[in-house]
Design a protein around this ligand. Structure first.
Ligand code: C2E
Ligand code: CA
Ligand code: CA
Length: 273
């Protein structure tokens, strides 16, 4: 065999090869869609913003983003996809509600591309969207490859008013040191901890500690994967301000949410005081 490129896990499977072959024209063929999941005030249930989640309908079947995004990064298609996504989210903001924000996932490869932050801000301005309504979500993996460039890009985005969220906090290689090194406004605690919020003492201790750190350093804490009212109540009393998960709503197209945000609680029932 000749020289193999550095492959992502699973890239050599027949399915990955098939998806890789189909990916380049997929955006032009209109096969991508964006769904939005509400980010809610944990106590009131009001939607404060929405996370944009990419969907690829390939030959009628949905391909999970966890599967195609690594391939798009590898091929370089992610740049065009991301431009398309930003334009789409800017357009959809009108349907999502005048007061709402939108959160966009940015992969570590994208963030450190030269000029990424400037182009991102420029696209928001060109679409007439106030950068303060937009957040980018990055994982701690952005610090692994080129930490200096990643931190500079995040500082550029924040300087323009874009908010920065650390995604999946507590998993992977994340460590508390990232809270010191990554300029951020929100910490999104991974749903694996939230799943233990009402039963597992270790997860509870971790959640309480993160909530306390957030309060002390002035960073909002968001619980991901909130599925039950009991979890919501426990998280609210532990000091979490924000929540996201099936309890509040599954990801859905923008028009599903129009008229339901800002002034309407998405999940009814008071959270514990
Ligand atoms: P993520 O950023 O952590 O997004 C949250 C994932 O959790 C979404 O899966 C969402 O549907 C799912 N989820 C939300 N609430 C619940 C819940 O209550 N319970 C459970 N079990 N799951 C919940 P999805 O849409 O399959 O996305 C998977 C990942 O793909 C995302 O994880 C993100 O890392 C990536 N992704 C999605 N869209 C984009 C994109 O536009 N750009 C980039 N770079 N990555 C994206
Ligand atoms: Ca995310
Ligand atoms: Ca996440």
């Amino acid at each position: 065999m000749g020289e193999e490129p550095a492959a992502s896990p699973g890239a050599a499977t027949p399915r990955a090869a098939l998806l890789r072959a189909r990916l380049p024209g997929a955006c032009a063929r209109g096969e991508f869609e964006v769904e939005y999941q509400p980010i809610c005030d944990l106590r009131s249930g009001r939607a404060l913003g929405f996370e944009a989640l990419l969907r690829w309908r390939d030959a009628g079947a949905l391909v999970p983003p966890d599967e195609f995004i690594p391939l798009a990064e590898e091929s370089g298609d992610i740049a065009a996809l991301s431009d398309w996504m930003v334009a789409r989210a800017c357009r959809d903001l009108a349907a999502l509600g005048a007061a709402c924000g939108v959160s966009l996932n940015v992969s570590s490869g994208q963030l450190v591309e030269p000029g990424f932050a400037a182009r991102f801000v420029e696209r928001l301005r060109a679409a007439g969207v106030d950068p303060a309504r937009v957040s980018v979500e990055v994982t701690e993996s952005v610090l692994i490859r080129e930490p200096g460039q990643a931190i500079a890009a995040l500082a550029h985005l924040r300087g323009a008013g874009v908010r920065v969220a650390i995604d999946d906090f507590g998993t992977g290689f994340s460590s508390l040191a990232y809270l010191r090194e990554l300029p951020c406004d929100v910490v999104k605690v991974d749903r694996s901890f939230v799943a233990g919020a009402t039963q597992d003492g270790v997860s509870q201790a971790i959640l309480e500690a993160i909530a306390q750190i957030g309060r002390r350093i002035g960073v909002a804490v968001l619980a991901e994967g909130v599925e039950t009212q009991d979890q919501r109540d426990w998280l609210a009393q532990a000091g979490f301000a924000l929540g996201q998960g099936y309890l509040f709503g599954r990801p859905a197209p923008a028009d599903h949410w129009s008229g339901r945000s800002a002034d309407a609680a998405i999940a009814s029932g008071p959270a514990a005081e």
